[in-house]
Ligand binder design. Structure first.
Ligand SMILES: CSC[C@H]1O[C@H](OP(=O)(O)O)[C@H](O)[C@@H]1O
Length: 326
């Protein structure tokens, strides 16, 4: 299956996620400005995919600026600053920068190693999470609820939360998936539903505001989501709307499981209070499909993420085990 992001000779190639589900197209990003625009407009998105974008961005800059390390480091900072919440973006930039003194070829090799590692790590983390879900919920056809898109489109390949779906489906233990549409950019309706349909997995799309009712009405066996930054104490930043899901799951004793690679853990941040939450443009809320749905100049609160406290999370599952360790 095609990677969500890859190197293509002298440019970065991505699946343009803004166009899905209606149009499947790829974009070639040949400049740093094109890459930064793709990150900011969510043509490429999702923490692990952003890690790959950061690493490949440094490789592209090293190719463009051939030996001018200061120019590459300036580009690297611009790339890392493109979106503040997912730790993977700056992590991917740092991983590639470590090879800068060795020249472009080795920077690219370092970036490609990160891409190769991503799918392996996601398969391991999601396999571990699927086993946890079966142990907790029973080895029977399960009804999962997920939020936003934490599938292969959010990673280089395979996915994190949706990686659990692939494992459970293969084992015969999946009934269906409830997919939150995930306003305002509709990653659930546009991307998760598209991935599930492509894979032939039964799903039901729901408004975010209906998710707590689905849980309250005993329609959900387990909530499984991804993450963008995990603080040292296990507080999790993820797409806005995750925190209320965790509240509803806790109230109704439904397991709430976070699946993420260790690269999404930020040990430098002691708790969720230190995670920078990206604020996005008002137009994402006041317009829908190009039509204004609110009064002109309406004041808007549009955080792209929220923080779920560790005490509301049943398990954070990584390729290395259950975080926090010990
Ligand atoms: C597997 S990371 C996916 C994670 O990233 C998404 O945010 P965005 O679409 O803004 O990049 C969302 O928080 C997902 O859970």
């Amino acid at each position: 299956m095609r990677r969500t992001i890859n190197w293509a000779g002298d440019a970065i190639e991505i699946i343009d996620q803004r166009a899905l589900p209606g149009v499947y197209r790829t974009l070639r990003l040949s400049t740093i400005d094109e890459l930064i625009d793709a990150i900011r407009t969510l043509a490429v998105r999702g923490a692990p995919a952003l890690g790959a974008a950061g690493a490949l961005g440094v490789a592209l800059s090293a190719l463009i600026h051939d030996g001018d390390e200061n120019a590459v480091r300036a580009d690297a900072k611009r790339i890392a600053d493109a979106r503040p919440t997912a730790v993977n973006l700056s992590w991917g930039v740092r991983r590639a920068l470590a090879f800068l003194p060795d020249g472009h070829e080795l920077v690219l090799a370092g970036a490609m190693a990160l891409l190769d590692e991503d799918e392996r790590v996601n398969r391991k983390a999601s396999e571990r999470a699927a086993e946890f879900v079966l142990d907790r919920c029973g080895r029977r056809p399960l009804r999962l609820l997920t939020h936003c898109n934490a599938g292969r489109l959010a990673t280089v390949g395979w996915g994190t939360a949706l990686g659990v779906v692939w494992h459970l489906r293969a084992a015969g233990h999946l009934d269906h998936v409830f997919a939150d549409e995930t306003r305002p950019l509709l990653q659930g309706a546009r991307l998760t539903a598209w991935e599930l349909a492509e894979a032939g997995v039964p799903y039901r799309l729901l408004p975010d505001s209906a998710a707590a009712s689905a849980i309250a009405r005993d329609l959900v066996d387990c909530v499984v989501v991804g993450a963008d930054r995990i603080a040292a104490n296990g507080d999790v930043a993820n797409k806005v709307g995750t925190y209320p899901l965790a509240l509803a799951a806790a109230r109704h004793r439904v397991p709430f499981v976070v699946v993420a690679p260790m690269s999404t853990v930020d040990p430098e941040i002691p708790d969720g209070g230190g995670i920078v939450i990206e604020e996005r443009p008002a137009g994402e809320v006041t317009e829908f499909a190009g039509h204004r749905v609110a009064p002109a100049n309406a004041a808007v609160f549009n955080p792209a993420f929220d923080v779920t406290p560790a005490e509301l999370i049943t398990a954070i599952v990584t390729e290395e085990g259950f975080y926090p360790f010990g």
